[in-house]
Design a protein around this ligand. Structure first.
Ligand SMILES: NC(=O)c1ccc[n+]([C@@H]2O[C@H](COP(=O)([O-])OP(=O)(O)OC[C@H]3O[C@@H](n4cnc5c(N)ncnc54)[C@H](O)[C@@H]3O)[C@@H](O)[C@H]2O)c1
Length: 328
């Protein structure tokens, strides 16, 4: 298939691009490089542009005879979305609508969309099933929830095929260390811990150790970025017109912050000093996916189940690129 990947120069998108190419698809990356990296995508595939530019996007889709879109382009920092909600409503919603409009104008009717656990808010039950109530508690989660709802309407009215894949915590990197996670600012636990091991930070702050969990720290479901990419491919290949799939992508196992740090210590051989800080508002104690539906619908089995194996791939990237891609 001929596929346009929005946000394909970002962390998850760049791994999806590689998986699509490996599978023999024809791929174009549409990215404004606001938060992505030139070095994360083959140069000849990159189309520089902003998804808010409907005309440009529609022309790109028509010229390249695009058949489906994978939509990763968004801002994705919860704290930033609380401090500056306009940024999120403009980029994730308004620009997202522009993308849907460009698809309509160029007769592209299949989309796989990056959604998130943040659409659930504070869950009532864990593991979280897809039918759990969606009550996002921050603007980031709310923009993703709204986009999911728009996909329902577009599928019903225009016969589109859409998959909203709700990732839990994306983690890890390409096993050969050639692609990985390089966010600025970095907010994710594993890269932060590895930055301490690299000497880029003195210590790691743990946000709260008095949660009702086995060791008092928050528990999360870490899903390897290459497993996420595989799920995207499967969704693309299996989706049929008028279908809307909403699927959790997680491994169904939770690791506490302390367990993740221990894995980072083991993999790097560095003591990784920590300090206990205050809780972050809105952090639920435990977020773990019930991902049985994704396994069934997509025939998907995450290859990475152990946190140490996930950390080892992230470490391969961070050792190769200790200061990130350095392409800004
Ligand atoms: N990383 C996670 O743990 C996680 C979890 C759940 C959901 N998600 C979702 O997955 C997607 C990818 O996440 P990521 O961690 O790879 O983020 P990322 O910031 O690394 O990648 C996003 C990419 O989109 C591009 N982009 C942003 N706005 C754009 C615009 N208006 N026009 C063109 N390009 C634009 C950025 O330059 C960047 O390359 C996001 O939609 C995010 O909400 C991520």
């Amino acid at each position: 298939m001929r596929i346009l990947v929005t946000g394909g120069a970002g962390y998850v998108g760049s791994h999806a691009v590689r998986a699509l190419l490996r599978q023999g698809h024809e791929v174009w990356v549409y990215d404004n490089l606001s938060r992505g990296h030139r070095r994360a995508v083959p140069e000849e595939l990159l189309i520089f542009g902003d998804i808010s530019d409907t005309r440009h996007l529609a022309a790109v889709m028509r010229d390249r005879q695009i058949e489906a879109v994978m939509h990763f382009a968004a801002y994705a920092l919860v704290g930033e979305s609380v401090a500056d909600p306009a940024l999120y409503y403009v980029n994730n919603l308004a620009a997202g609508i522009s993308l849907l409009e460009a698809m309509r104008q160029s007769d592209v009717s299949k989309i796989v969309f990056s959604s998130t656990t943040a659409t659930y808010g504070i869950p009532e039950t864990v593991p979280i099933p897809e039918q759990a109530p969606q009550r996002p508690i921050n603007p980031y989660g709310f923009t993703k929830y709204c986009f999911e709802r728009m996909l329902d309407d577009y599928a019903r009215a225009y016969g589109w095929a859409a998959a909203a894949l709700r990732y839990f915590n994306a983690a890890g990197a390409a096993a050969d260390g050639s692609l990985g996670e390089d966010h600025d600012p970095e907010t994710h636990l594993i890269p932060l811990a590895l930055q301490v091991a690299l000497g880029r930070r003195d210590e790691l702050v743990i946000f709260g150790d008095d949660y009702p969990t086995q060791d008092g720290t928050c528990v999360r479901d870490y899903v390897h970025v290459e497993d996420l990419a595989e799920a995207h491919l499967a969704a693309l290949e299996r989706l049929q017109p008028r279908q809307v799939w909403k699927l959790n992508l997680g491994i169904g196992v939770g690791y506490s912050v302390r367990q993740v740090i221990e894995a980072c210590r083991h993999v790097t051989g560095h003591p990784i000093p920590t300090r206990i800080g205050p809780r972050r508002p809105g952090d639920p104690p435990v977020l773990v996916a019930d991902s049985r539906l994704a396994r069934e619908m997509l025939g998907w089995t995450p290859r990475y189940q152990k946190i140490e194996d996930i950390v080892a791939t992230a470490w391969a990237f961070h050792r190769r690129f200790p200061r990130g891609y350095e392409d800004r």
